[in-house]
Design a protein around this ligand. Sequence first.
Ligand code: 5CA
Length: 445
Amino acid sequence: MRMTRYFLPVLKETPSEAQIVSHRLMLRAGMIKQSSAGIYSWLPLGYKVLKNIEYIVHEEQARAGHMAMLMPTIQSADLWRESGRYDDYGEEMLRIKDRHDRDMLFTPTAEELITDIFRAHVSSYKDMPLTMYQIQWKFRDERRPRFGVMRGREFYMKDGYNFDLTKEDAMHAYNRHLVSYLRTYERMGLQAIPMRADSGPIGGDDTHEFLVLAETGESEVFYDSAVTDLTFGDREIDYDDKAQCAGVMEEFTTKYARTDETHDEALFNEVPEERRKVARGIEVGQIFYFGTKYSDALGATVQGPDGKPVAVHMGSHGIGVSRLLGAIIEASHDDKGIIWPEGVTPFHVGIVNLKQGDDEADAACESLYAQIEALGLEPLYDDRNERAGGKFATMDLIGLPWRITVGPRGLKNGVVELTSRKTGESEELAPDAAIAKIAAIYGKA
Ligand code: 5CA
């Protein structure tokens, strides 16, 4: 992409309505524009990152054996009356009437609809286990939408649902989700710690939230600092292996880590004092096991191995896809702007031409551009007729992990400059060597 053709409405001034850094930077970098309270348009740069995050979620769900699908955002109230949640959900649910005066709603989550699909099509235990998920817009009429995409009214969520014959199988699904979520967040450059939480309007007893530690987080959290040493890394896992998944679950959830809703001071005090931490966190996901709550309410039974009907065991599992943009920026920025982890960056490399219009500099930039594209990577070329300072400021603000700077003086010596956004370190390299390094960084060598 060339900057002269790109829609990148960066703001010079810091927007006064934004209270936290991720919200400020998303507005300043031209990623989103508020359309009404808690509802945003996703401008090209923001949309690209949203899609990259979505892609990682899809890949990791596929790896875990879960099937993608899509359900409507507008649903009939009838199903929600069957489960009893039409009244229970309260003011957070956006209620709509259609032209025939029928009660409709904008989905805040989809346990009812997926259970309806299941009961219509699955009648035997032989068709289980089954886990399906979608990545779809949700609406919750939050009392205090704030912090940009962090607490929106409309937001993008991955919601997955498992159907199993027994509690044991359903707990395997729970553990499988925990493992897949650990991998998902790590690929985005985040450490998200599973913490015992409260299940709220979804229901059930077993639930963990995944929290990214950040001063601006909305949740107060209590944990044993030993949990921050745990990483999943690139270990191999067989998602069908119950014992393996349960082992990871145990490894990541046995040490004390809880949100304020479930915090237990006496238990916490058993953690050695120097390891007891109280901090704030951003909830980027939550997994639930709620047994037969919805299958009982909606009559989702299957014929068991002995021929008798059994209510299926269910759980649901969410990732805050749009919230993750805010969480990643909170975890990765400096006073100049965003620092995208390589896994989600909107463009892989920025190219800055220090002297637009100079034949040699222009040609060198064009050549780098073509070579980066040939690697299957996306460059963003700042080809504007602007001062170098302005170009650097824009690149730093939008946070591409790597920048290649091209100028007539360097080219005379046969070099360009490769700069890491994260460390700020620059290296002078021949253009080919810079390309080789980029290829290696992104696994394209
Ligand atoms: N049905 C279950 C699992 S699919 C469910 O709805 N879970 S949830 O309520 O915990 O939401 C899942 C994730 O969506 C949360 O962990 C959070 O990261 C994100 N989320 C929830 N509310 C908002 C909101 N108002 N704005 C942005 N993200 C949100």
